[in-house]
Design a protein around this ligand. Structure first.
Ligand code: SF4
Length: 421
């Protein structure tokens, strides 16, 4: 039976948790977004803490020409704000003078109070008007930890791109969400094999390739954390195509099929294009299933990828779901995913870290998926953990990546088994 026809957890009760949160802020998204849009630059307007976070999240990458930086704003009173704006203008002018390769500049807001006082939306409009004639667009969004968890930074960034999209009502399939290039190339090949040539990706690889949008646009979400971007696209006339997310062989097939149907592709043409890669993917997953079936897993709320991952791990790999926590449960975008979860799965939304840790300790699942900050203490208590951030940084979508995704969960379990010998 197809996942869409099942009830699963569609009406399941959800435990709402409100309390202390342990998550990265939206600035983290810069780490994958700057690799994706190759002529963009992300200028964080923030404090030394923000600069430190970005540097450590990006690892020890040394760039000849980095594509992100932090403009550090020191504590200042309201009277100093005019100076802050002038300073920002000077910093941007210097940066664009030195780096003619930059075509899209994002001013990224953060949470220190002196940044909140600065109106970055106005600043970006002012600078955009100034530099547009030189072929540079200047946009802004917030990556502040008060407003965003780490994957919401991407949502805010893509939502800022939507007003830049030209208007066109021509039919097209739009894939929304940053995907690794290798994954994007595979999807492009599959769309062409189905006879779909009018497709585009948001974000694009280059600023000049920002796709158009309009009433003929049907969009597939590649990531489950893009609520604001989806709303902005709908505001421009585009229609969301509901589907499972492209994780695992089943998810990828369902996602491609939904796109194909929206674009009027005949079922036989779809099957012809996907049968072989799907079979290979299922065969690779069968080998991983031997290692993962019957193992229990607990998801702490962190990336918003938790529900699609839980569906993949339970349905295709036979893992047992102890609890599936997510920072935000978007019922419409996750409707197919919830229907495909085993009935009776414990779902929670939001975070109350102490209570959740109590449940993690009581359950002692074979694997706990959590944020970086919680992993080490739990490992010290003898629990095996998986960093959820790794699942966002790694190419995991599509047929060819399904077994690699399963491997990310199998590895810590194998390591644990070795330690126990
Ligand atoms: S935006 Fe806020 S939460 Fe994020 S690094 Fe800066 S100060 Fe910390």
């Amino acid at each position: 039976m197809s996942a869409a026809l099942q009830k699963g957890c569609s009406d399941a009760p959800v435990l709402f948790e409100r309390g202390q949160r342990e998550v990265f802020c939206g600035l983290t998204g810069i780490v994958w977004l700057h690799r994706k849009i190759q002529d963009a630059f992300f200028l964080v307007v923030g404090s030394r803490t923000c600069a430190h976070l970005i540097q450590s999240a990006a690892g020890v990458m040394i760039f000849a020409e980095p594509r992100f930086a932090t403009a550090i704003l020191e504590e200042r009173d309201l009277a100093g704000l005019a100076d802050a704006n002038e300073e920002l203008d000077r910093t941007v002018a210097r940066l664009l003078e030195r780096r003619p390769d930059i075509k899209l500049l994002f001013l990224v807001g953060s949470c220190p109070s002196e940044v909140i006082k600065l109106d970055l939306a106005r600043a970006s409009q002012r600078l955009d008007a100034q530099f547009k004639t030189r072929g540079v667009r200047v946009l802004s969004y917030s990556g502040s930890g008060i407003e965003t968890t780490f994957t919401q930074g991407e949502d805010a960034c893509l939502a800022a791109l939507v007003p830049q999209m030209a208007q066109s009502d021509a039919p097209q399939l739009l894939v929304v969400g940053a995907l690794a290039e290798v994954v994007e190339d595979q999807f492009a090949r599959l769309f062409r094999a189905m006879g779909i040539d009018n497709f585009a990706f948001l974000p694009p690889r280059r600023a000049a390739d920002i796709p158009a949008v309009g009433r003929g646009t049907r969009f597939l979400l590649a990531q489950p954390f893009l609520a604001d971007t989806a709303r902005a696209l709908e505001g421009r006339g585009a229609q969301h195509v509901p589907a499972l997310f492209p994780l695992g062989a089943e998810g990828t097939s369902a996602w491609l099929a939904a796109g194909a149907t929206a674009m009027g592709v005949a079922p036989a043409r779809l099957r012809e294009a996907t049968a072989l890669p799907e079979r290979r993917s299922r065969e690779a997953l069968a080998r991983m299933r031997e290692q993962l079936a019957g193992k229990s897993i607990f998801f702490m709320p962190d990336s918003q990828l938790e529900v699609p991952l839980a569906r993949f791990l339970s349905r295709e790999l036979g893992m047992r779901l102890v609890e599936v926590g997510t920072p935000y449960l978007h019922r419409a975008h996750l409707a197919h995913e919830l229907a495909a979860l085993p009935e009776g799965t414990m779902l929670s939304e939001g975070q109350h870290v102490e209570r959740q840790l109590d449940r993690v300790r009581a359950a002692r699942a074979d694997l706990t998926v959590c944020g970086l900050g919680l992993a080490n203490p739990l490992e010290a208590e003898g629990l095996r953990t998986k960093w959820s951030i790794e699942l966002v940084f790694t190419p995991v979508q599509g047929y060819d990546q399904a077994a690699d995704l399963a491997e990310l969960f199998a590895r810590p379990l194998r390591r644990a088994a070795l330690l126990e010998v």
